[in-house]
Design a protein. Structure first.
Length: 516
């Protein structure tokens, strides 16, 4: 009997303990929730709210900042309007603030940390939060005679005061791009604010051009199709800083998801350790705004000075929030970062033991610290056009594991060789009934401008009633120009399988031309 009484008392005590603990946790949770609500309410307090609950002698410093706010607003207005002008699209004639107030909630610095420090300076990282309520209205004038007051919210949405912005074709995109580029450049570019503590000349601390970035936009592959009928008409926009006069735009390739651009661009670099090259690809829609396909980015710190880097970049929807799993295609680039006045540091990218090739000497000669200083003042570099004339010898050795195209499970392959710029063509003989052909044929091309040409090798299947293209290899001449001669294996794009074995040799005669 005593056993059952003890068991009953034990169970009752345990249940009571559980209920008591649950009630305690519920009360504790409610207190936390109430405290969080109170803190959130304080964070959203305006000047008027604080004056209702605090006597004047206990006002915090940020409550009585009406006059300072006006001065700050005017300072921002006078500083921001010239900045917006730098990024203004050609469709807009002016961008001015008709209203700019910072609201009634003060920003808060929530953290300060020292990133690095040495005898020359200290780098600090400031963390700021601002749950503010500013009101910003832009007075926008267009070149077609339309004036629009635009209200700008901090979440970067735009609306026309008294109308719909989307009802005016092209205007919305132009204003969005202007503001987005201005904010992006101000945040991502290495912004350096020099605050003199002691009197003196601190001009040497200002950021100056430190080199150039040579970019060859080779091609795109597998781009998303944005057109219902036909294919996209892609073009690319490239930039380090999103300023209109510093952004480069490629030509439009009509009706093509695998465009070959083969275009060269040059950019001034101010800080190779923090800056990026950004590529945005669009589908041209004629008179309508272009449709965005995707973007990609590469950090300049990933480039070794003086060495050509060949990269394929995957296009994404957003460079910050990369949750997009959609395949938007790729872009193919060749990059060469050239710091000013550092010729001795250059190496052949394909032969580390061979220092400073003749091509690199031609590209770098004449760029010194004096010229770098001139570029820093004027922003203009004397353009050096290098024309490399020579003979390209291409030996098509063999192919392996080609896809079966014929009904009998074999193919009759041959290769067409094309120089993109000069449009010279040659082709190998047709080999019957094989997926692993061996040609060992050599073709010579006289190339007038090796740095700006492409070699395209198309693999075809010969048929009595026609021909079928299996795939292709597209390559620049940069490697063979720098290395002189090499043998390598290349994947055939556009096929499920297949590789080409090639031997390339270059014999060059450089011609140098200077132009402003």
């Amino acid at each position: 009997m005593s056993f059952y009484v003890g068991l009953f008392l034990g169970i009752s005590f345990g249940i009571g303990l559980i209920f008591g603990f649950a009630r305690y946790e519920k009360i504790r949770s409610k207190r936390r929730s109430d405290l969080a609500t109170t803190i959130a309410a304080f964070a959203r307090m305006t000047v008027e709210d604080s004056r209702k609950i605090l006597p004047p002698e206990f006002y915090p410093s940020w409550v009585v900042f009406t006059q300072r706010q006006k001065l700050t607003s005017e300072l921002i207005r006078s500083s921001a309007e010239p900045i917006l002008e730098q990024y203004r699209s050609v469709i807009l004639s002016s961008l001015k603030f008709s209203k700019l107030t910072l609201g009634t909630v003060a920003p808060q610095f929530t953290g300060v940390s020292i990133i690095e420090g040495d005898a020359k300076g200290i780098t600090m990282e400031l963390e700021m939060e601002w749950d503010g309520n500013p009101s910003i209205i832009l007075d926008v004038k267009t070149r077609v005679g339309i004036g629009l007051p635009i209200q700008k919210n901090m979440d970067f949405t735009l609306k026309v005061v008294g109308g719909e912005l989307s009802a005016i074709p092209g205007i919305s995109d132009a204003i969005e791009d202007t503001i987005r580029n201005a904010i992006e450049d101000s945040i991502t570019w290495p912004v350096r604010k020099i605050i003199p503590i002691l009197p003196g000349d601190y001009s040497d601390l200002e950021l100056k051009p430190v080199g150039t970035l040579e970019v060859k936009l080779v091609q795109g592959k597998g781009l998303s199709n944005k057109d219902i009928i036909g294919k996209s008409d892609p073009y690319a926009v490239l930039f380090i800083r999103p300023l209109p006069d510093k952004m480069k735009t490629s030509k439009i390739i009509s009706n093509q998801l695998n465009p070959i651009w083969n275009e060269h661009f040059e950019f001034i670099v101010e800080d190779a350790s923090t800056q990026h090259l950004t590529v945005r690809v669009f589908d041209d829609e004629g008179l309508q705004p272009s449709e965005f396909i995707g973007c990609a980015q590469i950090a300049l710190k990933d480039l070794e000075p003086g060495k050509v880097k060949d990269v394929w970049l995957k296009l994404v929807k957003d460079l910050v929030v990369q949750r997009d799993t959609k395949d938007r295609g790729q872009v193919h680039l060749e990059l060469l970062y050239c710091p000013f006045g550092t010729e001795s540091a250059f190496r052949n990218p394909f032969n580390p033991d061979f220092q400073l090739t003749e091509l690199e000497k031609i590209l770098k000669t004449g760029i010194d610290q004096t010229e770098a200083a001139d570029i820093a003042k004027s922003g203009v570099q004397k353009k050096r056009n290098v024309i490399l004339r020579g003979v390209l010898s291409v030996t098509v050795i063999s192919a392996e594991n080609l896809p079966s195209v014929d009904i009998m499970g074999k193919s009759d392959p041959y290769v067409v060789l094309i120089m993109k710029k000069s449009e010279q063509k040659s082709k190998t003989r047709v080999l019957i009934n094989t997926l692993n052909p061996v040609w060992n044929q050599t073709f010579d091309f006289v190339v007038e401008d090796g740095l700006h040409d492409l070699l395209i090798l198309e693999v075809w299947d010969h048929d009595t009633f026609g021909k079928d293209k299996m795939g292709e290899c597209i390559m620049t001449l940069t490697r063979v120009i720098l290395e002189g001669e090499f043998t390598d294996t290349f994947t055939i794009d556009g096929t499920k399988s297949g590789k080409l074995h090639l031997h390339l040799k270059w014999t060059a005669q450089p011609i140098l031309r200077d132009s402003e």
